[in-house]
Design a protein around this ligand. Structure first.
Ligand code: ATP
Ligand code: MG
Length: 561
């Protein structure tokens, strides 16, 4: 299904194919235009995979994918975001080659286009207040009214616009407006503002400019400047398309790009608005943009999601104009699929209980072998030390087992994964609390890889770690950040439906030897528990082991609901 080479067809890929076939374009240029005011999230991944994918599929024609920072708004943009966006796109496996651009490098071009519009009588400097402009804008059912400055002579407009650039107006004292149609049923065509005065430093151009272009004016010009052929964006831009086309028609542009809209990715149990993600970070509801519970790409990376799983997911979701909600379980399943095939198997005990093999001598150790990945023949075997004392999971022993409980209990036998069958002898309880503190068993010689001997019933295999060799670790169990299906619609706001159990820190986990020295980012399956990865921030090989649970082996949410 999700073969990478054979991307699903969709209406945008059909348009691209037609444009190549008809000769309208000899090659395709697409772009991803993030505003550097936040980290990339899973919704952006969909947009990137689409635009990059189309360029990639048509590479034989010389098609290109551009990464362009849409950094025309000086007030909210930061270098941290510029850097993280590039890192995340590379991690996702997409590549812009030489084509890294900044819209702020085109400020002179935007300015020239504005001057051109003024000369053609298609733009004017408006000195009304923001309130006056808003008030005259009309409503959906009522046309707007003309600005008293609309019919200024060209020369006067040129002079005033020059003065705007020279800093002779304060913020809000004047704007440049396109002269389109105040009675248009499309509100965006009612003499839209295309430049405003803003005395603010820009991360790229410093204090060179004190006027900045508006999105609707700048974006089509950016596309045209870069010879973008297909400018792909989400549906909220559909109503802006007439402005996009007007700008392209009326400005001296070197090429004619076409804007095409598709529906945005919306996931249940998730928020993907940058404003809300920023709020989670600023209010310290999460541990930064790359908190493993965040729907950001940096969060997914830290959590251990393979980029391939995100690409497969985006492809599987597909491109349409249909506004639907995608079940986050589909993303999680793609993660499981990739990890099941690729993640090496390891053993770790999260809630350790001591098990003593009473018939094994004190200082005797031996090695047993366990498969690295049963899904992958080539992954081979690894040797695990086994001694008299091992750790097992506390819930793998029960004094009074319920029906259908097949693991260790008085009178029962169970297999140690990759090792012996062990037979219950007795157990020790804490005299105060009554909790079990130790279980004693006998191992049955000759049972490694063999069926149980006559008269022994063994219905389960449990994971374990040699106590003498175990490495201590902190393990972080993550769950969905929200326990409301549509956090955006929660009555008391999305912050009120944060899942209080979205992070559980297990301090005293026991890992099989070697896991403590794996590098940050190392992913594996802890047998029977799920997929885990060494935390990129806190895991220090050899001195401090910190593992994140990427995802459980099965979808427990599906069963809950
Ligand atoms: P947000 O709405 O989360 O704040 P944004 O649209 O403001 O995101 P930009 O940096 O402007 O963020 O977005 C860059 C590109 O990513 C845009 O072309 C936008 O259409 C696309 N994009 C943003 N969110 C989604 C989404 N949920 N699904 C698909 N594409 C998206
Ligand atoms: Mg946006």
């Amino acid at each position: 299904m999700s073969e990478e080479a054979t991307s699903k067809r969709d209406f945008i890929r059909d348009i691209v194919a037609e444009d190549l076939a008809s000769g309208k374009h000899a090659r395709i240029v697409t772009r991803f235009p993030p505003e550097p005011n936040g980290y990339l999230h899973i919704g952006h991944a969909k947009a990137i995979c689409l635009s990059w994918g189309i360029a990639q599929e048509n590479a034989a024609t010389g098609s290109d994918f551009h990464l362009r920072f849409d950094d025309t708004n000086p007030s909210r943009e930061e270098q941290e975001y510029v850097d993280s966006i590039q890192e995340d796109i590379r991690w996702l496996g997409c590549d812009w080659g030489e084509h890294l651009y900044f819209a702020s490098d085109y400020f002179e071009f935007f300015y020239d286009c504005a001057v051109h519009l003024i000369r053609e009588g298609k733009a004017f400097v408006d000195e009304q207040t923001a309130d006056q402009i808003r008030e005259a804008h009309g409503t959906v059912s009522e046309p707007g009214r003309h600005s008293p400055f609309r019919d200024r002579p060209v020369e006067e407009n040129l002079e005033l616009f020059e003065k705007m650039r020279a800093g002779e107006f304060r913020d809000g004292e004047a704007v440049l407006r396109a002269r389109i149609d105040m009675s248009s049923s499309n509100m965006h065509l009612r003499d839209p503002i295309i430049y405003r005065v803003l005395h603010e430093s820009h991360h790229n151009t410093g204090d060179k400019w004190c006027i900045y272009p508006m999105y609707d004016f700048a974006h089509p010009l950016e596309d045209a400047h870069e010879h973008v052929t297909h400018s792909l964006c989400t549906l909220e831009f559909e109503v802006h398309r007439p402005v996009y086309d007007w700008v392209i028609e009326n400005c001296p542009v070197p090429s004619v790009p076409r804007q095409i809209e598709f529906s945005r990715l919306t996931l249940n149990y998730t928020v993907v608005s940058k404003r809300k993600l920023l709020e989670l970070v600023e209010k310290e509801k999460v541990d930064g943009w790359d908190d493993p519970r965040m729907p950001t790409l940096s969060g997914a990376r830290r959590r251990g999601y393979p980029p391939e799983a995100i690409r497969n997911f985006c492809q599987d979701v597909g491109i349409t104009k249909f506004k639907g909600v995608t079940d986050v379980a589909r993303l999680e399943n793609e993660v499981r699929k990739v990890l099941n095939a690729s993640a090496p198997r390891r053993m770790a005990v999260l809630d350790p209980l001591k098990l003593v093999l009473v018939n094994m001598p004190e200082d005797h150790f031996e090695e047993v072998e366990s498969q690295n990945n049963p899904e992958d023949e080539g992954a081979g075997l690894r040797k695990l030390p086994l001694g008299r004392e091992i750790w097992i999971e506390r819930n793998d022993f029960v004094v009074d087992p319920p029906r259908k409980y097949f693991r260790l209990a008085p009178g029962r036998a169970v297999r140690l994964r990759g090792g012996y069958i062990v037979q219950y002898v007795d157990h020790v309880c804490d005299p105060g609390s009554g909790d079990v503190t130790e279980v004693h068993c006998e191992f049955l010689p000759g049972t490694i890889g063999q069926a149980p001997p006559e008269g022994v019933v063994c219905k389960a295999a449990i994971h374990w770690v040699s106590a003498a060799h175990a490495e201590n670790a902190e393990v972080r169990l993550y769950d969905r950040l929200f326990n409301h299906e549509n956090p955006d619609a929660a009555e008391d706001g999305f912050l009120s439906v944060i899942n209080p159990d979205s992070l559980e820190i297990v301090a005293g986990a026991k890992l099989e030897p070697g896991l403590g020295t794996e590098p940050p980012g190392f992913c594996c399956q802890f047998e029977r528990l799920g997929y885990f990865c060494a935390d990129s921030l806190h895991h220090e090989p050899g001195s401090r082991a910190v593992y994140n649970r990427t995802i459980g082996l099965r979808d427990t949410w599906g069963r809950k609901s």
